[in-house]
Design a protein around this ligand. Structure first.
Ligand SMILES: [Fe+2]
Length: 272
């Protein structure tokens, strides 16, 4: 750890696993940075009281407030991340471009703050793009069902809902809309195939036409405005995806290819 006073280094010392000690730092700790001075990986456990969601970063000439989970590697896009295997619960290191290690609790706090101030679609997309979740957390929400994909509500407020969905190979949603809600989808594992539709009138008769097909992977964040009509289907052995809906909705329309639709409770979508 290196301590600073007005950007001047004032003290520097090392923590190591060999010490076998717990280091206590009181609330007077000012500006400081932690770094791994070795070639090997380093893992440390930190307990903060009270908990905090933001801190001030002086990396730029003007200090700015950032989420406390913000982590940026010196090589920018090559931050080492933990990746988990769904079946044996093992963890391994993976390199991918996320910078923010987060958990669902903090994500709900961050989303609540954003939705309180209007939540521009791009801001939410960028936030979800940056967030990296530990599979050890999301695996506790994972439930597969042989008959249909499953949806697990992680959080629901008046402004948004956050949901984890689990898909086995070949499982698909019906063709549906989101009853006007905006949607963000982040795939955590596997791949979803999305088909979007539009209502068309041919010779006086209404029907659905395919307007777009997309592959959703863990590299992309999909944003859909409130007008989307689509279906998602599993394109890999298993898929785990995170969905944000704003406002949260409890009913939506399910469509047939002839354009006919019916309003259904969302809980009944998964049992069809
Ligand atoms: Fe949907």
């Amino acid at each position: 750890m290196t301590k600073y006073q007005s950007t001047k280094e004032v003290e520097s010392f090392d923590f190591s696993a060999e010490d076998g000690t717990v280091h206590f730092v009181d609330s007077s700790l000012g500006m400081h940075k932690l770094e791994n001075p070795n070639e090997e990986l380093s893992v440390s456990l930190h307990l903060y009281s009270p908990p905090y969601l933001e801190c001030r970063s002086g990396r730029h000439s003007k200090p700015s407030v950032v989420p406390y989970v913000y982590c940026q590697s010196p090589n920018n896009n090559k931050a080492p991340l933990l990746e988990g295997c769904l079946h044996d619960h093992s963890l391994k290191l993976k390199h991918c471009p996320g910078h923010v290690f987060c958990n669902f609790h903090t994500t709900v706090e961050l989303l609540s703050q954003e939705f309180k101030s209007g939540a521009c679609a791009r801001t939410i997309s960028k936030m979800l793009q940056s967030l990296q979740f530990n599979p050890r957390e999301w695996i506790s929400y994972v439930r597969f069902d042989k008959k249909h994909y499953t949806r697990f509500i992680i959080a629901r407020t008046t402004k948004f809902s956050l949901m984890l969905t689990c898909w086995e190979a070949g499982q698909s949603s019906p063709i549906h809309d989101h009853n006007g809600a905006r949607t963000w989808i982040k795939v955590l594992e596997g791949e979803l195939h999305e088909t979007q539709y539009k209502l068309a009138t041919i010779a006086g008769a209404e029907s659905l036409e395919i307007s777009q097909e997309n592959e959703l992977t863990d590299e992309t964040i999909a944003y859909r405005d409130g007008t989307v009509i689509h279906k998602n289907e599993s394109a890999s052995e298993t898929v785990i995806s995170l969905h944000v809906y704003s406002p949260p909705y409890s009913e939506c329309h399910c469509y047939e290819m002839d354009g006919k639709s019916r309003l259904v409770q969302t809980s009944t979508i998964i049992s069809e």
